[in-house]
Design a protein around this ligand. Structure first.
Ligand code: ATP
Ligand code: MG
Length: 371
């Protein structure tokens, strides 16, 4: 029987501060003129200057500010040790033998990168927060996730996977489509030009994804309805759906596509000048709210998520909610003006940032019988 406080290891990957100079990816040419505002001046946020390279290699990793905020939240009740999820993580965890790990490590290498720390923890029999390696790996394969959802009759946009450009011949594509990397998050590889309306643009965008991200391109039917993101917390029969967040694309310039692109997420929306893009709780008729909650609960269960997950949903042209993708390691930027959706939904539910993280730890600790 373990007694409080728990010895918690917070396992993380920290964003490299100098990542603007390493492994930068060039955006597609026609997106360069809308990738503006890198200097943070609101007056030029939507101007047409050509920016420097953008750096998205570490977009999924956390800043020191976030890691420290999580550490402080957990330290209110527990003894917290920071462990960087690098090549030495196995040895460090072996020596430390924490009671439990709070896992926010995104990993770097390969399509199972989010599963690597949880797999090590399973080997060492150390309890940890969040989903297991299988769920984390599958959710990072957006196509495999959609195959599973389809098997269970959960609506998701029609799609095809293009492994190499020659696969395009004979592919069953409808326009407009959206082209995305198959294994990324944090809007990596999703730009204004990711929406394609003809074969030429499709070929150029698929080529960009395959060459830049060294992975297959996922081509999905473009869903033109409202978009929501839904935070879920809990396990088994006690999973709670937090207030639904809607992305209101009216705050984007009229000439850009209505999607939550890399530009929208990381460039036009910044803490100095937040984009007024979210509404929480979303203004929904009760029937649609229930429909969205039900499809998200079913998705959470089918994908065997644990403790927490953020699920993206978009309506199709008939107003039917479709699952876009799951984020079992959701973004958790601490400041309200950072517009991170899970903490935003929690705040609307009356739970502050620290309480949210403490609840995630408690949910995991209960699963393992530690509390
Ligand atoms: N099939 C689709 N139809 C319409 N819009 C889409 C579709 N797929 C993606 N989008 C748009 O692109 C955005 C990013 O897509 P997606 O959620 O798959 O990427 P991500 O990088 O995994 O996101 P996150 O930042 O949540 O990790 C969505 O929020 C949505 O605005
Ligand atoms: Mg998403």
């Amino acid at each position: 029987m373990i007694r409080l406080p728990l010895n918690v290891a917070l396992v993380y990957n920290q964003k490299k501060e100098d990542n603007k100079t390493e492994n930068n990816h060039e955006p597609p040419d026609k997106d360069k003129n809308i990738l503006s505002g890198l200097n943070g001046e609101s007056s030029v946020r939507f101007n047409h200057s050509t920016p420097n390279n953008f750096a998205d290699t570490y977009a999924e990793w956390d800043t020191f500010e976030t890691i420290n905020a999580v550490r402080e939240a957990l330290s209110e009740f527990h003894k917290v040790t920071l462990v960087e999820a690098d090549e030495n993580a196995y040895q460090k965890l072996l020596q430390l033998k924490p009671d439990i790990v709070f896992n926010i490590a995104e990993g770097l290498n390969g399509v199972s990168r989010e599963a690597q720390i949880p797999a090590i923890l399973e080997l060492l029999q150390i309890p940890y927060t969040g989903s297991d390696p299988l769920t984390l790996s599958i959710c990072l394969d957006k196509a495999r996730t959609k195959e599973i959802l389809s098997y269970y009759g959960i609506p998701t946009a029609r799609f095809c996977v293009i492994n190499s450009i020659s696969d395009i011949v004979g592919a069953n594509i409808v326009f407009p489509s959206i082209v995305k990397p198959k294994h990324e998050g944090s809007s990596k590889g999703i730009f204004n030009s990711s929406i394609v309306n003809n074969w030429d643009d499709l070929i150029s965008q698929v080529t960009f994804v395959i060459e830049t991200y060294k992975q297959p391109a996922l081509v999905e039917e473009f869903l033109d309805g409202r978009e929501f993101t839904v935070a879920l917390l809990g396990n088994g029969k006690d999973v709670k759906v937090l207030p639904i967040v809607e992305m209101k694309f009216d705050s984007l310039p009229s000439e850009v596509n209505r999607i939550y692109s890399y530009e929208a997420k990381w460039i036009w929306d910044n803490s100095e000048s937040p984009l007024n893009i979210f509404e929480c709780p979303a203004n929904l008729p009760i029937s649609l709210q229930t429909e969205i909650e039900d499809i998200c609960l079913k998705t959470y269960s089918v994908m065997k998520c644990r403790d927490w997950c953020r699920i993206d949903v978009r309506l199709d042209s008939n107003g039917v909610p479709n699952i876009l993708e799951l984020n079992p390691l959701p973004g958790i930027l601490p400041k309200p003006e950072d517009n991170s959706c899970f903490p935003k939904a929690a705040r609307t539910a009356g739970m502050n940032y620290n309480q949210l993280l403490q609840e995630v730890l408690n949910l995991a600790a209960k699963r393992y019988g530690l509390l």
